[in-house]
Design a protein around this ligand. Structure first.
Ligand SMILES: *Cc1c(COP(=O)(O)O)cnc(C)c1O
Length: 383
């Protein structure tokens, strides 16, 4: 027989190996900044647990600030959020509905983004059968070839919409290159979307993601959808980041050591000390979302001092060079900075050869999490 499994009591947790601080107040500031940048409503993209930061707490905070529209990727994410958000908030599912999900979607007042004539057909059929109009967003493929109705299907879709079973809230598309203002794909997609709108006269447009917001008014339409900019990531890869940093990540030192020149460091002996070195082993690894691509590349910070990662990042630990510090400067239990004032999610992503989105969504669940609100007070703590 298996014994009963009781919930882990966070109050009885040991000293944290890592502390992830998420500043909800800064997310709210970033939201206000985006609202001031566009003339239309800003919807919050809270898919993948709000890029790993906590969809429930983020959505509640933004809803209190007047955000009414929330996008997730899957129906299950929307059903879960439905329990925390009131009926004044609209919830949209970017991936649309898989066969069999229509009834639940309708019952929970969730709006599917319909990406194909097939999805449209199933949603319309439910509306017709139940005798009530159902809300929908229609997504069009304007050049990304990922999700959306193809150009050759537009006429058929317009005809089936004319049957009047659905309430079309928006026509929508997604920009593939919005983080690069000079990329010609942006204008090509904008022009294609203008052609879509000719087929759906009067329909409201939902087009821009975070990057698209900064491409300017021709990309805004009647509602924009922002994810990464809310969470402090740079919306444009080639411009200074106008958003403020939301996360801090501090990691405990487990032990320090001094090694002579010639010492092999980490798995594979991939790093050979070129001189005597002082090393610190940190309690974080790729299982916590610190990409293995940071091996011998990235860094941690102690105050203003950069501590380069030496050797390979392990699953639960990694080694940094602390030779530049005074011999007793750092010891077991001290917390060094991985993300914070000295290193942004974009900095870490660049060193790892990835993007800020992957850094945020990859941050693991072994850190103690602290949520702060406007006044800097800890509003919630979870491990
Ligand atoms: C994820 C996503 C967004 C949000 O993109 P950001 O670049 O994070 O602002 C918007 N629209 C769609 C369709 C998405 O998949």
């Amino acid at each position: 027989m298996l014994g009963s499994v009781s919930a882990f009591d966070a109050a009885k947790a040991g000293p944290p190996s890592g502390v992830l601080t998420i500043d909800i107040g800064v997310i709210r500031d970033n939201y206000a900044r985006l609202c001031a940048t566009v003339a239309c409503p800003v919807a919050a993209v809270v898919k993948a647990d709000a890029y790993g930061l906590g969809a429930g707490i983020v959505a509640r905070a933004l809803s209190a600030d007047g955000c009414r529209d929330f996008f997730v990727a899957h129906l299950d994410e929307a059903l879960r959020l439905r329990q925390t958000l009131g009926p004044e908030n609209r919830l949209y599912v970017l991936n649309g509905i898989l066969p069999g999900g229509e009834e639940m979607c309708a019952a929970a007042h969730i709006v599917p983004v319909l990406n194909s004539p097939e999805q449209l057909g199933r949603w319309s059929a439910l509306a017709e059968a139940s005798g009530r109009k159902l809300p929908a967003v229609l997504q069009f493929d304007t050049g990304m070839s990922r999700l959306g109705i193809a150009p050759e299907d537009r006429a058929g879709v317009a005809a089936s919409l004319a049957a009047g079973h659905l309430d079309l809230l928006f026509v929508m598309s997604h920009l593939a290159s919005a983080d690069a203002a000079a990329n010609a794909q942006n204008e090509a997609q904008r022009a294609e979307m203008a052609r879509v709108r000719e087929d759906f006269p009067g329909a409201a447009l939902c087009f821009a993601n975070s990057g698209g917001i900064f491409l300017g008014a021709p990309y805004h339409g009647a509602m924009v959808r922002s994810g990464i900019a809310l969470y402090g990531g740079a919306p444009m890869a080639d411009r200074p980041n106008p958003m403020s940093a939301v996360v801090r990540l501090e990691i405990a030192v487990i032990q320090t050591r001094t090694v002579p020149a010639g010492t092999l460091i980490g798995y594979g002996g991939a790093h050979v000390a070129q001189r005597p070195m002082r090393l610190a082993t940190l309690a974080v690894g790729y299982a916590d979302g610190l990409p293995r691509g940071l091996s011998d590349r990235g860094a941690a910070y102690w105050g203003n001092e950069r501590l380069p990662i030496v050797g390979r990042v392990s699953m639960d630990s990694m080694v940094v060079d602390i030779s530049a510090l005074a011999p007793d400067a750092l010891g077991a239990g001290d917390m060094v900075e991985i993300l914070g004032p000295h290193q942004s999610i974009d900095d870490l992503a660049r060193d790892a050869g990835t993007i800020s989105y992957e850094i945020l969504t990859g941050l693991g669940n072994r850190f103690a999490r602290r949520y702060r609100d406007m006044d800097g007070a800890t509003v919630s703590e979870a491990t």
